[in-house]
Design a protein around this ligand. Structure first.
Ligand code: FES
Length: 781
């Protein structure tokens, strides 16, 4: 690597040349810090908890050179995502290179088996990679994966049957290793045989590539890898006899006929071996890590046992908090700067994705294990961009099914006393054993056969925030104005409720009606024990407020989602104008309270038909005194928005009836761009009418894909069908969670999230409702 160093740039470092004597140094001759010098990913500290092991780096020295490894180590989310995004500058070619080079004897052994592992999808450069990926990706789409679900469920059921009456199990040995292996074999189209041998081969391959085997072990590992290679070749030959089979390899064999230059013989052989490892081991480890994590957090485990709807997001949070892929590798193809650190062409990078997944800049309270975390699926355990794991949705499906099976049949399972051990390597990570125990007399299925009823199909792909509900209990219901009730909610088990900020709302599920309504929080954000909402009875509405008024009594249990905030107060604003009409006072009241606490220059304009119909009026007047302007139409006083003084630096927040918001929109034409922020609870702007739409093409820059969006489909759904993860929640253009960055093409914005100025910039769009004005968009995805 030192051959490639640019001497001019190396000498630009103020420390260059000062690392004399035995002090460790970077290839450019700069000294490394003590902690960087000590970094050793084969140590127990890294094996037990990689993100904790590099916490110091994430916080103080996010990119450092490891002399022991000969790699630059990258630990922060943004840096790692940028590396994944640019696979020309950061070549994946070393992703499968042996991190500890083998000795001549082991190499001879490998050669004796004709071992010729070639490039695979994981470590291949462009321009060869993307044509192959495109040719081979159809079997991974959610639609194609759905037909594997019954097989995964059957296997999960059969394996749990084997030990459920024992009262104890090693989940790794007795289920989590073998089931993903069997699923992997089915997916690939490999006959179910030689499972034990395969297991050994698979471990050997991990140690051979990512581990540090001792010289005497290297030979043994080399024999296992050689046999694995030969086995893969034999199975592939068998498959060629049956090219109509249903597996991914048979699909590859058929593609080879169509595109012989793209899908070559050596490629298929290498993919056969790599595919078994990729589809099996990462999922087995991820499932074991997830169960370990959930059982170590009994409240989270209880929550998913009580509400299996939380499982898809819990899977995502497990992958984030403790995924099965701790780090990946890349090779710098030119001189680059990563996280402010210059490194020369030829530098090798260890990108610690597990550390990125604990980066506070990306994940608030990152060390907290929170199965309701809304951006959990931003995790980088599957990688990102054009080399992102193609099997991610198969892994998600398996993990969801395993957790469902355990949560239904063994909710009383707990971790047994044990010390966890890991196969030492830099990248793949999962406990070698996972001992659990339970009282079989308490198995739910002994008294309730419905536990074994068939389950609803899993949603293949990234979870929707829509499923993240929590129970709350009504602690008080009081009168707050004509036809308005003021409801206080708390956690049924006394746990603190999530923190919230003014402008947040919660979604209340109205019993079994299938209706869910959004209500802004109106209490004190500093009161962590209580949520407060005020609900106006709307006889002409869709039934939510009627249900609440008629049903909700102290002691009633409700399910809510959120809180979520699409209506955030800019706490740095020079002046804040808060405008409420009728029940729209709820978010405005919380914002006004916050503005007062912060000492901002603020004013509240509150309009209503009669004083009796204006919720919280007395409380607000007492709290805000002269800053409160009240307009009661029955008393002949109305607000004239065109007379409001709104200059640069003033932020106007408004919530109220549509007529009031329309009048404000008109008045805002003469205000500075983006001065007006409006809270919406309904939107019809995104409703799709195929007769009025046109199809368009979307180029995904990071993934190297082109997706067609037909006239009768949203961009969000087209992306999902192409296996591209995009978060979503409301799917009505209200919440902002499906936002993506736009690189080119003009957007037809239909959401109510972006301001006028943000729309004009044309750099962001909501994929659930917005479309292309022309025939093409380029997105940063
Ligand atoms: Fe809410 Fe698109 S999912 S704006």
């Amino acid at each position: 690597m030192s051959d490639a160093i640019d001497p001019d740039r190396a000498s630009a470092c103020p420390f260059h040349g000062s690392a004399g004597g035995s002090l460790p140094a970077t290839p450019a001759g700069c000294p490394v810090s003590r902690r960087a010098a000590e970094f050793d990913p084969f140590e127990d500290g890294y094996q037990q908890d990689p993100p904790e092991y590099v916490r110091w780096a994430r916080e103080q020295e996010p990119v450092f050179y490891s002399p022991k490894l000969g790699y630059w180590v990258v630990t922060r989310y943004e840096d790692i995502k940028a590396i994944f995004r640019d696979n020309l500058t950061f070549s994946p070619s070393i992703a499968l290179e042996k991190i500890t080079p083998t000795g001549p004897e082991a190499n001879e052994v490998l050669a004796s088996y004709g071992y010729a592992m070639n490039r695979t999808l994981v470590n291949e450069d462009e321009p060869a990679h993307m044509p192959r990926r495109r040719a081979l990706m159809d079997p991974f789409t959610p639609a194609a994966l759905a037909h594997h679900e019954p097989m995964v469920r059957r296997l999960a059921r059969e394996y749990v049957d084997r030990f459920i009456d024992d009262g104890k199990a090693d989940l790794v040995d007795q289920m989590l290793w073998e089931v993903p292996l069997t699923v992997a074999l089915h997916f690939l189209g490999v006959p179910e045989e030689d499972m034990d041998t395969l297991r050994k081969y698979s471990i050997a391959h991990t140690v051979n590539t990512w581990g540090r085997p001792k010289p005497e072990e290297q030979v043994e590992v080399a024999h296992a890898v050689g046999k694995f290679w030969q086995f893969a070749g034999k199975v592939l030959d068998k498959m060629r006899q049956d090219p109509d089979g249903s597996g991914w390899m048979q699909y590859g064999i058929r593609k080879q006929k169509e595109l012989p230059e793209v899908v070559t013989d050596s490629y298929l052989h290498s993919m056969m071996m790599a595919g078994i490892v990729a589809a099996h081991e990462t999922t087995a480890n991820a499932a074991a890590n997830a169960m370990k994590l959930l059982l170590s957090h009994p409240e989270a485990w209880r929550d998913i046992c009580d509400d299996p709807g939380l499982i898809p997001n819990a899977v995502e949070e497990c992958l984030r908090h403790n995924g099965s892929v701790a780090a990946w590798r890349r090779l710098a193809t030119r001189d680059v700067t990563v996280g402010g650190v210059d490194m020369p062409a030829g530098s090798k990078l260890l990108i610690v994705t597990s550390s990125a997944n604990h980066d506070e800049q990306q994940f608030a309270d990152a060390d907290l294990f929170d199965i309701r975390r809304e951006n959990a699926s931003d995790q980088l355990t599957f990688g990102y961009g054009s080399h992102q794991c193609m099997g991610k949705n198969l892994a998600r499906m398996e993990m969801q099914i395993f957790l469902e099976e355990f949560a239904r049949r063994l909710p009383h399972m707990r971790l047994a006393e044990q010390r966890f051990t890991y196969v030492p390597n830099t990248s793949f990570r999962g406990p070698e054993h996972l001992l659990v125990e339970w009282d079989p007399a308490l198995n739910p299925e002994r008294s309730d056969a419905s536990v074994l009823q068939p389950r609803a199909a899993v949603r293949v792909g990234e979870p929707s925030a829509h499923s993240l509900s929590r129970p709350v209990v009504v602690t008080s219901v009081s009168f707050a104005g004509t036809d308005i009730v003021h409801v206080k909610l708390a956690s049924p088990d006394g746990r603190a409720l999530p923190r919230w900020t003014p402008g947040s709302h919660i979604d209340v599920e109205c019993g079994n009606t299938g209706i869910s309504r959004q209500y802004s929080l109106c209490g004190d954000p500093d009161n962590a024990g209580t949520f407060e909402i005020a609900v106006l009875r709307e006889p002409q509405g869709r039934g939510g407020s009627e249900w609440l008024h008629n049903t909700v009594k102290p002691g009633a249990l409700l399910r809510i989602r959120g809180p979520r905030n699409h209506f955030r107060l800019d706490e740095t604003a020079k002046k804040v104008v808060l405008i409420a009409g009728g029940i729209g006072i709820t978010p405005i009241s919380a914002m006004a309270r916050r503005a007062k606490v912060l000492g901002l220059d603020y004013v509240v304009h509150f309009s209503g038909r009669t004083r009796a119909s204006m919720a919280l009026l007395g409380e607000l007047t007492a709290l805000h005194g002269e800053r409160m302007q009240v307009y009661v139409s029955d008393e002949g006083r109305r607000n004239d928005f065109s007379a409001l003084p709104v200059d640069e630096g003033t932020q106007v927040y408004a919530c109220g009836p549509a007529r009031m918001l329309d009048a404000l929109q008109q008045a805002s034409a003469s205000w500075p761009d983006d001065a007006l922020k409006v809270e919406h609870f309904e939107s019809t702007a995104g409703t799709l009418d195929p007769d009025k739409e046109h199809a368009f093409e979307v180029e995904l820059k990071d993934s190297g894909l082109v997706v067609m969006v037909p006239a009768d489909q949203t961009l969000l759904n087209a992306l999902r069908q192409a296996n591209v993860d995009v978060q979503s929640d409301c799917e009505e253009g209200l919440c902002g969670s499906c936002e993506v960055r736009v690189l080119a093409g003009e957007v037809d914005h239909r959401d109510v999230v972006l301001t006028k100025g943000e729309r004009q910039l044309n750099t962001r769009m909501m994929t659930c409702c917005s479309r292309a004005k022309g025939t093409k968009l380029v997105l940063e995805l």
